[in-house]
Each structure stands twice: as C-alpha cells, then as structure tokens.
Design a protein around this ligand. Sequence first.
Ligand code: CAA
Length: 700
Amino acid sequence: MLVNYEVTESVAVLTMQQAPVNGLGLPLRKALREMLHKAFDDATIKGVVLTGGEKVFSAGADIEEFEAGLDGPNFADPYLGSLVDLVEAAGKPVVAAISGVCLGGGLELVLGCHYRVADSSARFGLPEVNLGILPGAGGTQRLPRLIGVEGALDLIVSGEMVDCERAVSLGLIDRVLVDEAEGTAVKKAVQLALEAASSGHWPRLRDVVIRMQANELSQLIEAKIATLRKPLPAALQCIDAVSWSVTLPFEEALGKEYAALRELMASAESQALRHAFFAERRAGKIQGISREVPVRAVTSVAVIGAGTMGSGIAMCCANAGMPVMLLDTSEEAVQRGLQGLAANYGAAIKRGRLTTEVADRRLRLISGSTDFSRIGSADLVIEAVYEDMAVKESVFRAIDSFAQPDAILASNTSTLDLDAIAGFTSRPQDVVGLHFFSPANLMRLLEVVRGAKTRDEVLASAMQFARKIGKVGVVAGVCDGFIGNRMFEEYLRQAYFLLDEGATPLQVDRALEDWGMAMGPLATMDLAGNDIGLAIRKRRKIEQPDRPYSAIPDLVAEMGRFGQKTGAGWYRYDPVTRKRQADPEIDSLVLEYGARNHIARREISDEEIVARCLFALANEGALILREGIAQRASDIDTVYLNGYGFPAHRGGPMFYADKIGLPNVLARIEGFQAGYMGELWQPASLLTELGETGQSFASV
Ligand code: CAA
C-alpha cells in the first residue's frame, strides 16, 4: 500500500510509504488522491494529517518520470499541482507532519496543507532549479505568501536545503518539536487538526495577498539576478515566477508557472542536469558486485604524508566525525601539517562557514605522529606521499607490516601503477586506490581505483567510505591518470596546439569559460603548477615519443612561471586578489614560437576552440570506456562534473558528445585530421562504431 490510512482520535493519518524517498510519481499521487477523498467523504473524520517516513517526508516529484517527456506520467492525472489544490480546498483541516527531508513537490504538497508541524530532523528545500526547472505545483506562488518574497527567492533560486531551525526562523513551519519528549510530529499534528476543526477555520495560502510596491519588488529581483554566477534559464524563470505572486491573481500565476515548467522540462539544460543527477547516483553502483556484499566499517583512519594532500584528506575524515592520525617521517613535517590544518579551519571560521565549536571538535579528532606502528589501530590507511615509486614502495612495506589484518590499504597515487604498489604488500587484495583531488577537503570527486587483485568487499567498502566523507566516488580501473587526468591530458594537448596556431591563452580560456567551464585549461594549469605539467611532459617524451606536445608550455615553465604560486604563469596574478591578467610577455612568446617554427598563424574561432578541446575529452573517454577503465559513460561525466569544473548544465563530456550526435563528432574529428597536428587525431574505435551506426555513448 503506497499510502497507509489510519484513524486516530477522529483524525485520518495518511502515511506515504513509497520506497526509497516517497517520490511523488503517478502511483503515489493516485493513492494519495484516493485516501484524501476517503477522509474527506467520511463524516466521522474531523481532520487529516499527512506524513511520510522518518528519514524522508518526500523528495518531491519522481524525477524518473520526467524522462518520458511532456506526455509522460509526470503530467498525467492527478498532476501534483491539482493534488495540492485538492488538499488546500479541503472542507477539513489538513496538517503536514514532517520528519526528514521534504523537497520539491514534497514541500509544495506541504504548502497546500493548512498547518505544518516538523521535528528537528526535518530539512526543507525546493531544489528544482538544480534540475533546470522551477517548482511547478504552486511552490513559486505559495512560498512567497508564507515566508515573504525575499525568503522565497533565496530558497527557490539557490535550490539549497535548510534545516529545521532555519525553517522556523523563515516562518516555514507552524510548530516544531525539538525533542522526542514532546511526542512525535504526527501526535502534535493530530492535536492541531482537532483544534482547527473545532475552531471551524483554517488558513489557505492562496488567500494571502502580498502587498509590495513595484519598485521594492524590482529591487529584490535585480539584487537576486546580480547574485547569479550564470544566469541560466531556470534560475531566471524562478525569479520571474516568484514575482507573479505579487503581480498576478493566484490562478493566473499558477497557469503561467505550469506552462513555464513544461517549457523548462524540455530544455537542453534540464535534460543535462537530470542526467547529472542520475549519473552521480549510478556511479555508486559497482558492476559485478551486488549490494549485499559485506562491507568493512571504517571508523578510524591513518593518513601517511602530512603535506597538503594528506592534511586535506585528514580534514575530510575529521569533518565526517572520524578520528584520524596524520603520520610523516619527521616531527617537523607532522607539525607543519597540523598547523596547516588548524589554519584551514581558522579560515573557514573567519568566512563564517564554521563555528569555533565545530572546528575545535573536528581538530580534536586529528592527531599527529611519526610512529608508524600506530597505524595498527586504523581501519583504513591512506598513503599520500610524494609521487615516486621508490617512496611508495618503502611506505607500503611499512604499512603492510603495521596495519591490522582487516585494514584497507589505500594509495592516493594519481599516475603510478596501483598494481605495482599493491605488489609491495603481502595482501594486494586489500589494496585500493583513493585518488583525491586538490584541495582534498573541498573537491567532491574521489576516484576509487580497482586494482587487478582488489577484493570486491574492499572496493565496496572504499565506495562506502567515499559516501561517508561526502565525496562522489567513481570506480576507475588502473591506467596512467585513471579517468580524469588521462582525459585532461588530451584536452590540454589541444589547448596548447591552439596557441601554436594563433590563439592567445586568454582566448582559449575565455572560449571555454564562456561555454561554461569553471576555469579555462591554462588558468587551471596555473593553479595546478606548470612545473608539474613540465615533469609529466618530460616523462611522456620518453614513454610516448609519437604523441608530441607543443613546446610552448615547456618554455613557460622553464621561465620559472609555475603559475599562481610564483605570481606568474600563463597570466600575471595580483598578489592580494589573485586576479589574473593577460601578460604581453606571454603573448609575444607565443607569437615568436609560431614564427620560429614556421607555423602559419590563423584566426581561430571560439567554436573551434571548444570543439577541439571537448571532442579530445570525449574521444579519450571513448577509449577509456572500451578499455573498461570506466564502468559507464555517465561515470566519466560524473568525474568531469565533480572534479574538473565541467558545467552541470552541459551534462559532462560524454553526454555533450551524445547530444551533438556521435556522427557529427566523428565528422568534426575527421576534419581536424586535415589540420595542424592532424595525425594525432585518431578517432577511438568505439566512437567510430557508435558514430557509424548512429548510436550514443549512453547506449554502451
Ligand atoms: N525522484 C526519483 N528518484 C529519486 C528522487 C526523486 N525525486 N530522489 C532520490 N531518488 C532516488 C535516487 O535516484 C536513489 O535511487 P537508487 O537507490 O536507485 O540509486 C535513491 O532515491 C536514494 O537517493 P540518494 O542516493 O540521493 O540518497 P540520499 O539519502 O543521499 O539523498 C535525497 C536523498 C536528499 C532525497 C536526494 O536523493 C535528493 O536530493 N533527491 C532529489 C530531490 C529533488 O530534486 N526533488 C525535486 C524534484 S522536482 C519536483 O519535485 C518539482 C516539481 O514540481 C515538478
């Protein structure tokens, strides 16, 4: 039964129970309508309480239904909006009793209720904008009537969740229970329904009239638009829709909201954002391993290497409430690591992101040591030392001798052979890669690398650990650079070749940033360090002599222009603001290089820059997919969306290529073959096969 019906003290309690998150798909909507009518039609019932599960009231509309399009089940009768109207128009008071998450259409349903009671576990949000749509079941009209236009704009345009305390201060809920002794939310809701029934009246949000001067409204709107990093259609539409709550009659505004939802639902942005949502969740599923595989609980961690990466990893563990020991070979290194950590927490307090109390609690979870025998108490040992096989070997031999028998042994290597590292231990089946991205405490992505001998339960445990520390874990096979960095190398190769041919660094970066990348490739290298890029290219010259690079980045690095850390790289950086500025010295260097090497310079369009860089990503992604390094194309997208600043509204490099159409991508690549360094453009066999048969990466 999707909705349980129970009567308490003449109040019908309707409990949604659609696993896993009470998604308001057609079956649940139908069941709700039926149970609501049952309660309304029964003269002995005085009021209704609507509730959900302990952890989830409702996560809103069933997003899977969106994929069937505008004639699909999401828009079938009863549409969510009409269900909300039914609740609001009831001849008996309807009270929502909320525990856990209450999102999107779930919150819209709650706004149709006459009163809202919540316990302290409740969290609220209208995350539709993150899916490229707007709340389409009255949320843009009822929320401003409840909490005011400004608060509604904040919640709807940010798509963020607020906790119960914040919901109270916003005026989102009528009664809140902070501790169990006060009874359950349902019990309180029943009382409230009875009180309202006996008083004979209950408020309906649709009846509220918002009085606001036109100039006040336009100021709020302008201020909100100014906060948008990228004014994407959904966010702008959300702002517009909230303004209708002031300027239009309720019913007319509802009609416009519904029409706007349908239009946005069909947009390319929404399709990409929905893909990103499901791709992230799919990434958590490991092919060939059932959900039932036993996992090893990770309750304490040891991190070896107290440098920037090791310290960042230690912060991730402490932030998730896990005790963590930071180890290094010298006391000085350990102290430096601990001080760096404390400074990071201090900066977070200063920026208002953390309270002193929380930061102190987290810091207390982190201890330092030079005594490697102490890793014996950790469930998970993460190596984060210098990227050199000899160094890794000595560390892993030490880990092997001290770690407890059931411990998971992880390496943070980004380029070295994990299987060789596992071979330094007597238990390669317990070794897994945990490739964090810098800064480790902030970046969401974690590549979880499955070695040739990694045991299923170790991989599953590592994925669970990723989730526990709030990361998006993506399984990758062993190869140089795994998924993300291996692809990034081809992207960079094209960015550099574009300079050879006539583009400036700023043009390359701007073209990709205007397209949506958070940061252009050259600015990214200035952040990562051009010295690191140089070291990789030196290695590549030996390993892959037939895959040359432009020599321009070597010249830049050899000038000591390592990037932001030296104040100059591809750009000059303001020492205080770190703002980048194009540097004529670099532009001349680029020009002279072209002339010296007799490379014909030409005007290069932004469109070509974007196509060359992005199709280089997709082509390498196709190789990675065929080799089984990535489990599925959407995992590759998840890597780029969470670790490389790829814009979510473009869905990821593989999704983007699918949208362009693989036959078109293939044709473009064939065109590039006729151009500068064209011999390096070899379409991946998978891309060729799919392109020639009109299929997509998603179909693999
Ligand atoms: N529809 C369909 N499936 C959903 C869903 C939804 N709204 N929300 C979550 N799920 C599914 C996930 O895909 C996942 O499925 P699998 O187990 O098969 O992978 C499962 O529920 C559990 O989800 P999570 O792994 O994300 O679990 P979590 O505990 O980490 O997070 C959550 C739970 C906070 C609810 C999170 O899933 C979430 O944020 N969901 C999206 C909520 C959302 O965007 N709602 C708005 C929908 S649009 C709308 O409602 C408005 C409208 O008017 C049209």
